[in-house]
Design a protein around this ligand. Structure first.
Ligand code: ADP
Ligand code: GLC
Length: 489
């Protein structure tokens, strides 16, 4: 199959969260299954083109926008360790800026930037004469590709046999656009905007709704989230739209590229280990503590609890904040955080760092190598998320024998199962009610088996044996693609 994957994030070039991981992992696996995919993303200023070996193609794209034409250059590179072509769309006005979505606040012209990018996906394919069977777009940024496919490019011979598949990674970010601007930039014209039309939601253009309505098939990133979002609490106001397209909505669980996240070959950790050399995991913890100048680093008895996260309300930080000082005051565990995000949370963690030196190891910012080291060094990883479409870090943690403690929602509920000491089944600890006492109770159960044999070995082996490989997701997407093609052929 010829597949175009269009995304605002693709790891390792430009990533803020799990979207970037998935946009890298899927095409990497599709190549193994003999599929012919190309990846398209904007050429943001922060992408290190020299480091990743991107070269200009000297192709110029003519991108219709509003009532004029804009231009872009195309750069070409490859996904790491593959032959999958990656095209960067270069337009300095839109993308030669700091960050991806803003710096730090969202750019006010993100409507225009991402409508431009969505349109340039088609112009890229035309320039390359690439005839896609599937256009696979992700989240609100590339949602307009679904509308363009069914309208402006519907009779183009390159696209008249193409199906559109739209993947929802997070309904919390929908892309609410001003109708005058969005309808103009997308060249639909304001006459196409009226109450109840496929673009409209509560009087605004809603990019997420647009993607959902125009796609042939809609996927989201875990079966549980696919169910949750059909009702009010998780749908962020889109339950009617999602139920309208309910027959075409399917949950495909994300997966992990185990050549990147694997403790036996991880380039970022010094002490490699696997299921049969689990005792070496501790060396990573000792080294990590030593590097952090923790005075009693030789006290491995104190559990190390980690968290790697965007710092937003979604991630359940309020539950942690309610209990963290109790844990640290009472020497119950040592805490390590790697995260970036909202000021109310970064301020809080700065305070914790100041108050608990050596007990709270706080890293504010974005750091890929540290994320691997923390997963390897920690005994537990927490995700008390209020909602979590899938979550990647719990799946990374499992492979590293780092025990997840999670709220049972979305993909967390599909990947982490309560450990039952009586049977020796389970790979982590879970709670359901969103309150800090239930979180604390799950933590208590988790900590109660810390270094308690045989449980500590059994649960970690159970965790490391779980197979949440991205190959499985990649195959499932191929089934969805075949199903989507039935709609257009
Ligand atoms: P989300 O996409 O909602 O942020 P996920 O768990 O799906 O949550 O994915 C988060 C991804 O981003 C993981 O690959 C995680 O390791 C990475 N990540 C999050 N915060 C940081 C950070 N501060 N530094 C490095 N990697 C991070
Ligand atoms: C979103 C979700 C996260 C998911 C990721 C990749 O950012 O918040 O749960 O794992 O996308 O699909």
């Amino acid at each position: 199959m010829n597949i175009i994957l269009a995304s605002a994030e693709v790891a390792p070039f430009a990533k803020r969260g799990g979207l970037g991981d998935i946009a890298q992992f899927l095409p990497t696996d599709w190549e193994k299954f003999g599929q012919n995919s190309i990846v398209i993303l904007p050429k943001y200023r922060d992408i290190n083109v020299d480091f990743y070996g991107f070269k200009p193609t000297y192709r110029i794209l003519y991108v219709p926008l509003g009532n004029w034409t804009e231009f872009a250059h195309l750069w070409e590179g490859r996904l790491p360790d593959t032959n999958v072509p990656v095209y960067l769309v270069e337009n300095d006005d839109y993308f030669n800026r700091n960050g991806i979505y803003g710096d730090p606040d969202e750019y006010p012209d993100n409507d225009r930037r991402f409508i431009f990018f969505s349109r340039s996906v088609f112009e890229t394919a035309k320039s390359l004469n690439f005839k896609p069977d599937i256009i696979h777009s992700h989240d609100f940024h590339t949602a307009f590709t679904m509308a363009f496919l069914k309208s402006h490019y519907r009779y183009d011979p390159l696209f008249n046999q193409t199906a559109g598949v739209y993947t929802i990674h997070n309904l919390a970010y929908q892309g609410w656009f001003d109708p005058d601007r969005a309808m103009f930039f997308s060249t639909f014209g304001i006459k196409e905007f009226y109450p109840g039309c496929w673009f409209e939601h509560y009087g605004k253009v809603n990019a997420m709704k647009t993607g959902i309505m125009f796609a042939d098939k809609i996927t989201t990133v875990s079966p549980t989230y696919a169910n949750e979002i059909r009702s009010g609490y998780y749908s962020e106001g889109l339950q009617d739209v999602l139920n309208l397209r309910g027959a075409d909505l399917i949950g495909v669980l994300n997966g992990v590229l185990y050549t990147e996240w694997n403790p036996s070959i991880d380039l970022y950790i010094n002490h490699k280990y696997d299921l049969n050399s689990l005792e070496k995991k501790k060396l990573n913890k000792l080294e990590f503590l030593r590097e952090h100048k923790v005075e009693d680093y030789d006290n491995p008895e104190l559990p190390l609890v980690g968290m790697i996260s965007r710092l937003t309300e979604q991630k359940g930080l309020d539950l942690l904040i309610d209990k963290l000082e109790y844990y640290l005051d009472n020497n119950i565990f040592r805490f390590v955080l790697l995260g970036s995000g909202e000021a109310r949370y970064t301020d809080y963690f700065k305070y914790i760092q100041w108050k608990y030196p050596g007990k709270a190891l706080i890293h504010l910012g974005y750091n890929t190598s540290l994320s691997h080291q923390i997963i390897a060094a920690s005994d537990y990883l927490i995700l008390p998320s209020r909602f979590e479409p899938c979550g990647m870090t719990q799946m990374f943690a499992l492979r590293y024998g780092t025990i997840p403690v999670v709220r049972q929602t979305g993909g967390l509920a599909d990947t982490v199962f309560e450990y039952i000491p009586a049977t020796g089944n389970g790979n982590g600890f879970t709670f359901w009610h969103y309150n800090s006492d239930d979180f604390a109770y799950a933590m208590r159960r988790a900590l109660s088996i810390y270094q308690q044999e045989p449980h500590w070995t059994i649960i970690r082996k159970n965790a490391m044996s779980c197979d949440y490989s991205s190959s499985r997701s990649a195959l499932e997407y191929l089934k969805v693609f075949t199903w989507a093609l039935e709609k257009v052929r």
